[in-house]
Design a protein around this ligand. Structure first.
Ligand code: NIG
Ligand code: FE
Length: 411
């Protein structure tokens, strides 16, 4: 073994039987082991157990009673952007709504205007800073969407920046084409032309250049319809891109149902979810991804996580890091909001922010839990009794060290 983490006060494996996701009551079991060790070889987990079985003869990192859990898998972000939007933040304090700002050409269109003027190098510089920022807070896998380009050239530019980012930061990155994020002003009278551009140019070109793993659509009131969403995700499927959908943020939009019907990997946001949406998700392979800090920042109702889990569903938590609806990628804060405002148990939140996030990126065979053979992506916290203290001290940085693909950051 290349490295052994010894004297771990409490190890949270999250899964120990090759499960690809956890649902309902299973989410309460974060597979804890007290007084544990974890061995790493060639970037992967090579062994683990209780300290009485700890092998000798490798480089040792003494965890001295700290807790260890899998690196967070943030399955939904818009990490690449050109400018902040604090003016809109203040407008909302004064009483304007997110949708009113969007209708006036602010919001996503505001971000698009700035991004279209930025070079790849400028975008890359900002993305590198944000990627290190989230890595130091415990995220080891992240999904990044386009969606602030809104032209073929600029959407592809964003995806290229996301691809280049991998050479600068050791995060595992998945890229999503979100060409249908908002309708540009000059397409207001000809929305079908924009949809055709997504179908006939963005999707084929992004897929042929190998720039995207997934396709996404903002299926909601004032953005894209269920019918447009279905056509776009079916076209994505023709090109081998699975779907992840922005659904039910602003309304009961039908986004959840169209996602489930078309086998989407995930449906994300879900502030507006009731019985019908929960029923649609039951028995499906689609992961609901909840973005609590988006609800927090926009003063929207929190996603009904408790009802969803009690109905037997699995849920994932993600940050939605973006300049408009949630300018943070701190997964510890998502966990805290999920516990405090959505009544998720800390163990459920941990499962949601790791294994179930990996499922929402089709990566559960590779990361999201501490199991032999998976990538050695680990978070080592300050000294503490249990993971419960992560959401409890909701505004404190308690991440001591992060290990990505077997490498200890900062060493
Ligand atoms: O996930 N809801 C749609 N898209 C992003 C926000 C985009 C923005 O406001 O810049 C979201 O919240
Ligand atoms: Fe989003």
């Amino acid at each position: 073994m290349d490295l052994i983490l010894k004297n771990i006060g409490r190890l949270y494996q999250v899964a120990r039987q090759g499960e690809s996701r956890k649902t309902g009551l299973e989410m309460q079991d974060a597979c804890e082991i007290s007084h544990a060790w974890v061995g790493i070889s060639n970037g992967k987990i090579a062994g683990l157990g209780t300290m009485d079985s700890c092998p000798d003869g490798a480089k040792v990192l003494d965890c001295a009673g700290r807790i260890v859990f899998p690196g967070y898998v943030d399955s939904h972000t818009h990490l690449i952007f050109a400018a902040t939007r604090e003016g809109e933040f203040v407008d909302r304090i004064r009483g304007l709504s997110y949708e009113e700002i969007a209708r006036k050409g602010g919001g996503i269109l505001n971000s698009a205007r700035k991004l279209q003027l930025a070079s790849e190098d400028e975008l890359l510089e900002g993305a590198i800073a944000r990627a290190w920022e989230i890595l130091h807070m415990g995220t080891t896998t992240v999904e990044i969407k386009s969606g602030y380009g809104l032209t073929v050239k600029d959407e592809l530019k964003m995806l290229r920046v996301a691809r280049k980012l991998e050479a600068h930061v050791p995060l595992r990155i998945r890229r999503t084409l979100l060409g249908a994020h908002a309708l540009p002003m000059d397409y207001r009278e000809k929305r079908e032309d924009f949809v055709q551009m997504v179908l006939k140019e963005m999707i084929p070109q992004a897929a042929e250049e190998g720039l995207a793993h997934f396709v996404d659509v903002f299926c909601d009131r004032g953005f894209f319809t269920v019918d447009e969403t279905e056509r776009i995700i079916q076209k994505g499927a023709d090109y081998g891109l699975k779907a992840k959908i922005h659904a039910n943020q602003l309304d009961h939009s039908g986004g959840v149902q169209v996602g489930v019907k078309n086998g989407a990997l995930s449906v994300d946001h879900l502030e507006c979810v009731g019985e019908a949406e929960i029923q649609a998700l039951q028995g499906s392979a689609t992961m609901p991804v909840l973005l609590p800090s988006a609800a927090f920042f926009l003063r929207a109702p929190y996603q009904p996580a408790r009802e969803m889990i009690d109905a037997g569903l699995g849920v994932a938590l993600a940050s939605d890091y973006n300049p408009g609806s949630t300018p943070t990628g701190n997964m510890n804060f998502e966990v805290a909001l999920a516990c405090i405002r959505m009544r998720m148990l800390p163990q459920e939140a941990l499962v949601a922010a790791t294994l179930n996030g990996a499922y929402a990126l089709d990566l559960a065979a590779e990361c999201g839990s501490i199991e032999v053979g998976k990538s050695a992506d680990l978070v080592i916290t300050d000294r503490m009794e249990s993971f419960d203290l992560i959401p409890y001290f909701f505004a404190k940085n308690q991440i001591h060290q992060v290990v990505v693909k077997g490498k200890v950051m900062g060493e």
